[in-house]
Design a protein around this ligand. Structure first.
Ligand code: ZN
Length: 218
């Protein structure tokens, strides 16, 4: 079981399903040559893909091109099924930092064949995830700077203000398809600047006021 703390409380959550949005920042959709979707594009990672601060991403042998994607992670605190956007934030326990590791070469091959992405996204070590800052301590989750550096060089520098689908709409949309349970996590998409990371490099992912991950790559 993988657990995460709600910082400053004695609450601990067992991580459940991890639901991720693709193409939720227009600039990033463009950089990969994708259209900006009308409805959120969803995929999942298993809890077994989660690693913590200081742990190492192991690039699987079947990929030659592993990309980083820094994302704001939303931790669900209470069960949510078919809820409205207006009710959505009542179900959020906190916010954290995630890196949606993506085997871009594998994903591109799968996309071209119309096949699912799981092996490009859900592999072991493919989801570095921080502990969570309580909901009440975050004034505005849509005004956070996200910054990812590889071996000290900044590659992504964006803001959650640029999300296409906002957190209440995302939760409402997902909850009509998948019942959200305490410990489930939503990864809200990545800003522009994604790119490859290689064995021997170190990623640092920081979301202002939320947290920071330092993740070596092997
Ligand atoms: Zn992503």
């Amino acid at each position: 079981m993988t657990t995460r703390r709600l910082i400053g409380t004695n609450q601990q959550f067992t991580i459940g399903k991890i639901i991720c949005l693709a193409r939720n920042y227009a600039e990033h959709a463009r950089e990969l040559g994708n259209e900006t979707p009308a409805a959120p594009v969803l995929f999942m990672k298993p809890a077994s893909s989660v690693i913590g601060d200081g742990d190492t991403v192991q690039i699987p042998a079947y990929s030659q091109e592993c990309h980083y994607e820094i994302e704001l992670a939303v931790l669900i605190g209470t069960q949510a099924r078919s809820i409205s956007a207006g009710e959505a934030l009542e179900h959020v326990a906190g916010y954290g930092v995630a890196i949606d590791m993506t085997l871009r070469d594998v994903q591109n091959q799968l996309k071209a064949k119309g096949l699912p992405w799981e092996i490009a996204k859900g592999f072991d070590t493919g989801c570095p995830l921080s502990d969570f800052v309580p909901f009440s301590a975050v004034a505005d989750p849509h005004a956070l700077n996200l910054k990812l550096a590889v071996s000290g060089e900044i590659r992504q520098n964006g803001t959650t203000a640029d999300m296409i689908n906002r957190i209440p709409q995302i939760i409402a949309h997902i909850s009509a398809i998948f019942t959200l349970e305490p410990g489930d996590v939503i990864l809200t998409g990545t800003p522009a600047g994604v790119g490859p990371v290689r064995a021997g490099e170190v990623m640092t992912a920081e979301i202002a006021t939320i947290g920071c991950l330092t993740i070596p790559v092997a």
